[in-house]
Design a protein around this ligand. Structure first.
Ligand SMILES: Nc1ncnc2c1ncn2[C@@H]1O[C@H](COP(=O)(O)OP(=O)(O)OP(=O)(O)O)[C@@H](O)[C@H]1O
Ligand SMILES: [Mg+2]
Length: 238
């Protein structure tokens, strides 16, 4: 369980997040949707220790992770695929993955959730391009490497910041299939997504963010009625 309680955060004197609270249960898939600039990425960065929370608390499975540095996250079963993927571009696909695998083995010991073979089987492309420098791959291929790398950190909860943005429809479809397969294995998911069609396809429920606050919740089973309320969708998502 990931629990974000009354978190505020921002950049210097600018507070972007105000009193943000949300939960993701074990094995649950939750979306965070909202217009450009709503504060979604700022929340991801704060959860992951890339930014310091100014107030509030973040807990994972009961452990306080509020001010944990990013490199300690894997120990708590948390992995993130950031908006810009943040791969080591000059290193090969294999080198990027080995770095994550090493950390994953350190935190999980023999009880791996995802072996190297399982992860590369999810992404046949990754397997074929193991020796290519990451910076020579297409955006979609890089996104797959970023997801593979996150899985090798052995998470039980994956946070993904707009994994489909800017990718071709075929690639988006492939990535969605992988996410669905992960869900069937019990992976928890916090999906940041501007495309509510995609979000509704792979998550149980959602939080809507606007101007740094959670302004609406879509409860489990209510995606269809939220999407059919044009006024609401337009008001929150533009
Ligand atoms: N490094 C930064 N320095 C100062 N302000 C920032 C910085 N990054 C983001 N902001 C501001 O914080 C606010 C929230 O930005 P954020 O990137 O969290 O939004 P978002 O919901 O992820 O948007 P998008 O859908 O475009 O990715 C915006 O007003 C943005 O201008
Ligand atoms: Mg963003």
């Amino acid at each position: 369980m990931l629990e974000v309680t009354s978190v505020s955060a921002g950049y210097g004197a600018l507070t972007v997040l105000h009193d943000v609270s949300l939960k993701v249960g074990d094995g649950e898939a939750v979306a965070l949707v909202g217009a450009n600039g709503a504060g979604k990425t700022t929340l991801v960065r704060t959860i992951c220790g890339l930014m310091r929370a100014q107030g509030g608390a973040i807990a994972k499975n009961g452990s306080d992770i509020t001010r944990l540095p990013a490199h300690e996250l894997a120990r708590h079963g948390l992995a993130v695929v950031l908006e810009n993927r943040r791969l080591f571009g000059e290193l090969s696909v294999r080198e990027n993955l080995v770095l994550a695998e090493t950390v994953g083995r350190r935190v999980r010991g023999a009880h791996l959730r995802f072996s190297w073979d399982e992860v590369t089987a999810l992404f046949p492309m990754v397997k074929e391009r193991l020796d290519a420098p990451v910076e020579l791959l297409s955006g979609g291929q890089q996104q797959m490497v970023a997801i593979a790398r996150a899985l090798l950190l052995q998470p039980d909860l994956l946070i993904m910041d707009e994994p489909s943005t800017g990718l071709a429809p075929k690639v988006v479809k492939d990535i969605l299939l992988v996410i669905k397969a992960l869900r069937e294995r019990g992976m928890g998911l916090l999906l940041i997504e501007q495309n509510v069609g995609i979000a509704s396809e792979i998550t149980d429920r959602a939080y809507v963010m606007a101007l740094g606050r959670i302004v609406h919740e879509v409860p489990a089973g209510q995606w269809a009625s939220f999407l059919s309320d044009e006024r609401l969708v337009k008001a929150y998502l533009g």
